[in-house]
Design a protein around this ligand. Structure first.
Ligand code: AMP
Ligand code: MG
Length: 305
């Protein structure tokens, strides 16, 4: 088999792990229905088992075989899929996402990725594919093929190169449960974009929050300081906007949030390789995509989110 898509689908069928390119970050993929394969994902990432995984599917019809969608969930799927929005909805009985992948919950997270290679692999495989970020738990997500291979390449049977991730930030996670929509994790689709489709968002109810949202996450080895453009000797400044820091280390020299999102994890990882005494990140606006960038930076810095 010389076709990487067919090889990746065969690896999934055999219960092996793969590196799966998506538009958000590189994923560590496994057959969502196969508890042994899913256990390998938790092991390779050293991910706590209370943190459920997202089931990636090829289209909205496949999503509805996994989860039970109401009209609101369908509206969100129509507006944002394929793309970086994850919908948490009641798990469908016999829907093929194993209990371990759901961390024992009666809900399931599902998404149709925007990257054509991801959808091609999932379609060739035929079932849902869990694909958390291909990094070891707690570290910055890989947004290039090389970074993904460095993090978890040792654990996979196949690795699919999809180029640099266009978005560079994880998906937005919303729950659509009991007729209410709540934002569980800010991400590439903004709050305003979601509210334009469903109206104002609710607070996530007790026991309905995202179990995996721990304080220290996305963290390089070097300590991270945020919201200051003042770096001392031995520290690397990641700038934002004209004239802040060196061009090589700028999230976006023009101050563009999309560009900053696409560069964020790659630059955190590149800066870390220089063994700085700290990585300092210049202030970034909080509006729009800035909400998700801030969320990741606060966690990279170990601030409680
Ligand atoms: P990751 O795979 O690391 O991008 O993370 C997936 C995110 O989705 C984590 O924050 C999980 O806690 C969240 N998630 C997945 N399934 C559920 C669910 N059934 N209910 C609430 N949050 C979920
Ligand atoms: Mg992750």
């Amino acid at each position: 088999m010389s076709d990487p898509t067919a090889r990746a689908a065969a690896a999934l069928k055999a219960g092996d792990l793969i590196i799966l390119p998506t538009e958000t970050v590189y994923g560590l993929g496994a057959d969502a229905a196969n508890a042994e394969a899913v256990a390998k994902v938790f092991e390779a990432k050293d991910r706590p088992r209370f943190n459920p995984l997202i089931a990636h599917v090829a289209d909205a019809a496949q999503a509805e075989r996994v989860a039970v969608f109401d009209a609101t969930a369908r509206g969100l799927a129509e507006a944002f899929w394929p793309g970086p929005l994850t919908i948490v909805a009641p798990a469908r009985e016999g829907g093929g996402v194993c209990e371990l992948a759901r961390a024992g919950l009666d809900s399931v997270a599902v998404r149709v990725p925007g990257h054509a290679k991801a959808r091609a692999v999932i379609a060739a495989f035929g079932g849902a594919v869990v694909a958390p970020s291909a990094n070891r738990s707690g570290r910055p997500s890989p947004t290039t093929f090389a970074d993904a291979v460095e993090e978890t390449g040792h654990a996979v049977a196949e690795a699919v190169d999809g180029g640099p991730c266009a978005v560079g930030l994880e998906s937005t996670v919303v729950s659509v449960l009991d007729g209410k929509v709540a934002l569980l994790r800010p991400g590439a689709v903004t709050r305003a974009e979601i509210e334009a489709v469903v109206g104002s968002l609710s607070e996530a109810g007790e026991g309905r929050r995202s179990p995996g949202r721990v304080a220290l996450h996305y963290a390089p080895d070097a300590p991270v300081r945020i919201e200051t453009a003042e770096a001392g000797p031995g520290e690397i400044l990641l700038g934002f906007g004209p004239g802040v820091g060196e061009a090589r280390w700028s999230l976006s020299p023009t101050g563009d949030l999309r560009e900053a999102a696409a560069n964020l994890f790659r630059l955190l990882r590149e800066a870390d390789r220089e063994r700085p005494s700290a990585i300092v990140v210049a202030p970034v606006p909080r509006e729009g995509l800035g909400e998700a960038i801030h969320d990741r930076l606060r966690r990279a810095a170990g601030h409680v989110g």
